[in-house]
Design a protein around this ligand. Sequence first.
Ligand code: ATP
Ligand code: MG
Length: 310
Amino acid sequence: MITKEIRNTLLKEKDPFTDILGQGKVKQAVKSALLSDRHIILVGSPGIGKTTLAKNIAKILGKKTPFVRVQGSPDLTVEDLLGDIDPIKALKYGSLSIEAFTKGKIFKADKGILFFDELNRCPEKVQNALLQVLEEKKATIGSYDVDFDIDFIFIGTMNPEDTSTEKLSDVLLDRFDLIYMHYPENINIEKDIVVSKGKKIDNIIVSNKLLELMIYFIRLLREDKNLEKKPSVRASLGLYERSQSNALLNNRKNVTFDDIKDVIISVLAHRVRLKPSIKYLQNPEDYISSQFEKNIVDSDVLEEKKGDLL
Ligand SMILES: Nc1ncnc2c1ncn2[C@@H]1O[C@H](COP(=O)(O)OP(=O)(O)OP(=O)(O)O)[C@@H](O)[C@H]1O
Ligand SMILES: [Mg+2]
């Protein structure tokens, strides 16, 4: 499946996944899985780069290797994925004729990658159809059995904390290797991510000290025992971008401490969830404000505190 050329790239290049910063172990695992043509699922919380990594894999594979993306959602049907057979035309022309059979997305992934984003958001029926294809290279569409003589590597993503989802069955999971992604390893990597991926607004300057302060606060919240949902890299990006906008609105060329303070609720309160033990005592807005007041009194405090964290 993986061409010689791609094999060489994977073997020779130390870091072919340049869109993802850090995550060395994850990259190594992806390389190893690709080299042995194995199906994988990238597992992790929202906003830690699963989709970005999968897109980066597509980039490496090049235009010649098909890369088909399926977005997992409760509306996804077996027909979307596998195809649909028109019973009237099937009688006339045969069930697998061009006239009767509209091929689903999975066929386009032949000799390439089927990228299934948010696999655990799709209904059980779709999971079962996928299982059948992976297992037997056959599936049932309506009342017809169809051969799926297609060869592909499956790359899925899933967020294990997503509660609005279907549980993946053990038999399905047994077909994959799981690769676990984590929040950026340290404050410096997260800073690099924010600066390289975040929007720069009208050349507004964000000093290194204030950038560290934003990311430090977010990383502090990730360690917070009272939170069951933690802020992702998107939250760091949010503080970076919104504080620049605030500076612009105030006709300043530099972000100030107050520009950050003014946006923390809007960027962070909905991105965290308090544990039930504290949820009834405090709302997320107040919690975030109080944590900011308590930990980030001013930017100088950071210099002393940063050392113990991260
Ligand atoms: N390690 C990283 N290197 C580079 N960019 C990163 C990294 N982690 C997160 N990001 C950035 O964070 C943002 C969110 O990433 P992405 O959409 O890939 O996350 P995800 O894990 O697919 O999230 P979701 O589960 O919500 O779909 C992107 O802008 C991405 O560039
Ligand atoms: Mg994603």
